[in-house]
Ligand binder design. Structure first.
Ligand code: SAM
Length: 373
């Protein structure tokens, strides 16, 4: 116990049945459990760099032994660290953001596994957990949900300012008209268009927040290989409804998606080259996937909960895409081809990293355009 100690930035304090539990987010060691009320208050001194020798000396002999043990245990599990050491530095924003994405993958997987555990156990889970800990599963989940909601509410507060700042940089305001939106742009940016995607993008946002443009302010929208990443039908409907709102009467949306009809035909026709040559574009696709694995993953079947954001969540043929566009109010839904839009402004498919992928002389993608009446 040489020098000053301080709680590490990832130390966590929890309260249960009169016990205070201290641990860290990363520690594999058991948490310290302190039932002694004096000790709990006394430990709070270490929220600032504090010399344990000095504060221990101020205690009576009995309390001192207990407090000394607690300090040693907290040092051991990494909750208390030497003041000024590397461990006290808050993680860099980049490192913390990377960690946050990893935590979210675990959280999504855990939520699924928890649901399966509860279904496996049935009502005894609620009863037994309530008997053992005083708080049943339903109440504990409610507390977790409140935590998630609170965090989302914090993030929601940041959105408006972030969007306003980006729109100002792009020179777009409520009076702008005739805009061209490239939504879900990935890395391919179209000059003189508003390129929208998650961070980093010229307009970085989640498209499900709602498009930050005035009604009828958009002349053309290009949406390449985004729709299959949205949940069907709810999020797709919300997105297309919003797109309809921002398009001006006569405005055109061009949608490119994986063509599921061709995929089904290739599967039924045992066309191995269709699936094989896809790897020329999607090189990361597992070499030994069967035709069915290939097809189902492309169609959005069975995504891993931890990788939901990147995964395909649905697949479209012309009829289905036409129906969702029609449901959103679009008319004149027509099939198009690679770089073959009837509208010169929309001959932009080549900016996409995937729309140009072919097997033989055919494209893997389905190209569709529709008009807002
Ligand atoms: C397969 S990539 C397609 C990129 C590009 N359009 C192309 O054709 O090469 C799908 C893109 O959609 C973006 N995306 C998926 N869900 C999104 C969301 N909710 N909000 C904004 N962008 C999203 C991803 O970040 C990714 O860049």
């Amino acid at each position: 116990m040489a020098g000053k100690l301080v709680f590490s930035p990832d130390a966590l304090v929890r309260f249960r049945d009169g016990t205070i539990i201290v641990h860290t987010t990363a520690s594999a060691f058991p948490a310290l459990e302190v039932a002694h009320p004096m000790l709990a208050g006394w430990l709070c001194q270490f929220t600032r760099p504090t010399d344990p020798a000095v504060v221990l000396a101020a205690l009576g002999a009995g309390d001192r032994a207990l407090a000394s043990q607690a300090v040693q245990a907290l040092e051991h599990n990494g909750s208390l660290v030497a003041a000024g050491s590397e461990a006290t530095a808050a993680a860099s924003t980049e490192a913390a953001t990377g960690q946050a994405h990893r935590h979210l993958r675990v959280l999504a997987r855990s939520a699924y596994e928890l649901a399966a555990d509860l279904r496996g156990l049935g009502p005894s889970a609620e009863r037994e957990v309530a008997r053992r800990s005083g708080i049943g599963v339903e109440r504990r989940l409610l507390a977790l949900l409140a935590g998630v909601d609170a965090l989302r509410a914090e993030l929601a507060k940041l959105r408006d300012a972030s969007i306003a700042e980006q729109l100002a940089t792009l020179g777009v305001d409520g009076a702008s008209r005739g805009l061209r939106l490239h939504i879900g742009c990935g890395r391919g940016l179209l000059p003189d268009w508003i390129n929208v995607d998650v961070h980093p993008a010229p307009l970085a946002m989640n498209v499900l927040w709602g498009l930050p443009f005035a009604d009828g302010s958009v002349a053309y929208a290009f949406v390449s290989h985004l729709l299959e990443h949205l949940f069907f039908p709810m999020d797709v409907r919300a997105f297309l409804g919003d797109l309809y709102r921002v398009l001006a009467p006569g405005g055109i949306v061009r949608v490119v998606v994986p063509d599921m009809e061709q995929c089904v035909a290739a599967y039924v026709g045992n066309d191995r080259s269709f699936f094989g040559s896809r790897r020329e574009t999607w090189s990361w696709w597992p070499e030994n996937a069967t035709r069915l694995e290939d097809f189902l993953a492309y169609a959005g079947a069975g995504p891993e909960p931890g990788h939901l954001f990147e995964a395909h969540k649905y697949g479209y043929d012309f009829e289905t895409l036409g129906r969702v566009l029609g449901d959103a109010g679009f008319v004149d839904v027509v099939r198009s081809g690679f770089m073959a839009s009837a509208h010169e402004a929309l001959r932009v498919d080549s900016v996409s990293a995937v729309a140009g992928a072919r097997y033989g002389d055919r494209y893997y993608s389905l190209f569709v355009e529709a008009r807002r009446p």
